[in-house]
Design a protein. Structure first.
Length: 268
C-alpha cells in the first residue's frame, strides 16, 4: 500500500461511518521478536493503521512512558535496522495493515535517505513520520520516499499558522497528524485544541485526512475525537500496558483488549 493508497484507505473507512483507529507501538519493546506478535495482535483487534516507533536515544518529543519504552527497546536490540526487519516479518505473516514508521531523523540521515527509502519500500513500509523535521525541510525526505511509493505524514500543532498548514498540501500527504495539544506524548487528554473546527480547516487546507493524537487513552476519549476526525491515534496507553505485562503473551492480550475497546467506541 502506497502513501496515496493509505490516504484512500482513510476515506474508505470514513465512508463506512467511522474514524480510523491508528495505534502506536515502540519497536523492540519488550523485544524485537515480541514486536512482530504485538503488531499482529493490534491488526487482529481492529487497528486500521499502525505507527511503529523507531527507538532513538534522545526522543525529545515523547513523554516518560515512551522514553522508557525506547530505552528498553534499545537495550533489547531495537533500532532502525531492527524496525525494518519487524515490518518485513509482519508482512511475511500475510498482514497488509498499513505501517507508518514513526521517529526521529538522525538514524535516517546517518543511514542515507536513498538507502533508507529503498530498504523501507522493500520491507513494506507505507509512510514515514519524523517528528523533528519541519515542513520547510520535509522535501528532503519526501522526494526520495515518493520515488519508491512511500508517503509522508506531516505534523500540525495547535500553534501552527494557516500559512504553515497550507504548505502541507505540496507533499500530498498520506494523512496529517494533528497534535491535539502542546507538550509531549502521554499527557492527560483535555480535548483536541480547536476541536472539529480546527480539524476541518486542516482538512480543507491540505486536502488530506486528519488523524488526531496525544493524550487519547480510553474508549470515551476516542469516541469524542472520532465524531469529527478522520482518524484517532492512541499510543502511550498501549505502551503502558506492554510495560505492565508479565510476559510478551500477556502484553499481546492487553493491547488487543484496549484495541477492541477503542475500535468499538469509534463508530459514528
Amino acid at each position: 500500500m502506497s502513501g496515496a493508497s493509505l490516504r484512500q484507505r482513510f476515506r474508505d473507512i470514513n465512508a463506512e461511518g467511522r474514524a480510523a483507529l491508528v495505534v502506536y507501538l515502540t519497536q523492540g519493546d519488550p523485544s524485537p521478536a515480541a514486536s512482530v506478535d504485538l503488531l499482529a495482535a493490534m491488526a487482529d483487534s481492529g487497528a486500521d493503521v499502525i505507527e511503529l516507533g523507531v527507538p532513538f536515544s534522545d526522543p525529545s518529543a515523547d513523554g516518560i512512558v515512551i522514553q522508557e519504552a525506547m530505552q528498553r527497546a534499545l537495550a533489547a536490540g531495537g533500532g532502525l535496522t531492527s524496525a525494518l526487519q519487524t515490518v518485513r516479518a509482519f508482512r511475511d505473516r500475510g498482514y497488509t495493515t498499513p505501517i507508518v514508521l514513526f521517529g526521529y531523523s538522525n538514524p535516517i540521515f546517518v543511514r542515507g535517505i536513498e538507502t533508507f527509502a529503498a530498504e523501507a519500500a522493500e520491507a513494506g513500509v507505507d509512510a514515514l513520520l519524523t517528528v523533528d523535521v519541519p515542513i520547510d525541510e520535509l522535501s528532503e525526505l519526501h522526494e526520495p520516499l515518493a520515488n519508491v511509493g512511500i508517503g509522508v505524514v506531516p505534523l500540525v500543532a495547535p500553534t501552527s499558522t494557516p500559512e504553515r498548514i497550507a504548505k502541507v498540501a505540496a507533499f500530498d500527504p498520506a494523512f496529517v497528524y494533528y497534535v491535539s495539544m502542546t507538550g509531549v506524548t502521554g499527557s492527560a487528554f483535555q480535548g483536541a485544541s480547536g476541536g472539529a473546527e480546527r480539524v476541518r480547516m486542516i482538512q480543507e487546507a491540505t486536502n488530506a485526512p486528519v488523524a488526531v493524537g496525544f493524550g487519547i487513552k480510553t474508549g470515551p476519549d476516542a469516541k469524542e475525537v472520532a465524531a469529527y476526525a478522520d482518524g484517532v491515534v492512541v499510543g502511550s496507553a498501549l505502551v503502558r500496558r506492554i510495560a505492565a505485562a508479565a510476559s510478551p503473551e500477556a502484553a499481546c492480550a492487553a493491547v488487543a483488549e484496549l484495541g477492541q475497546e477503542l475500535r468499538a467506541a469509534m463508530t459514528r
